[in-house]
Design a protein. Structure first.
Length: 69
């Protein structure tokens, strides 16, 4: 069974490998201040970008890895 987001499936149960990918994505695709506003640090698109939404669906957030809330 999986929960489906518009752009990424989140398979359940979530494996350790999935969590490792999500943890990396949560660190890289975190909220960052830009002159244009609050954007994804990696993609520079409005936050949350699709990978940030995927990590949130997996239960991870960037602040769990030392990122600002």
């Amino acid at each position: 069974m999986s929960a489906v987001l518009p752009d990424f499936p989140v398979l359940t149960p979530i494996t350790d490998e999935d969590l490792a990918f999500a943890a990396h994505a949560a660190r890289v695709h975190a909220l960052g201040p830009w002159p244009q506003g609050q954007l994804c640090r990696s993609e520079r698109v409005p936050y949350p970008c699709r990978l940030a939404r995927w990590t949130h669906a997996a239960g991870l957030k960037g602040e769990q890895f030392g990122e600002p809330a």
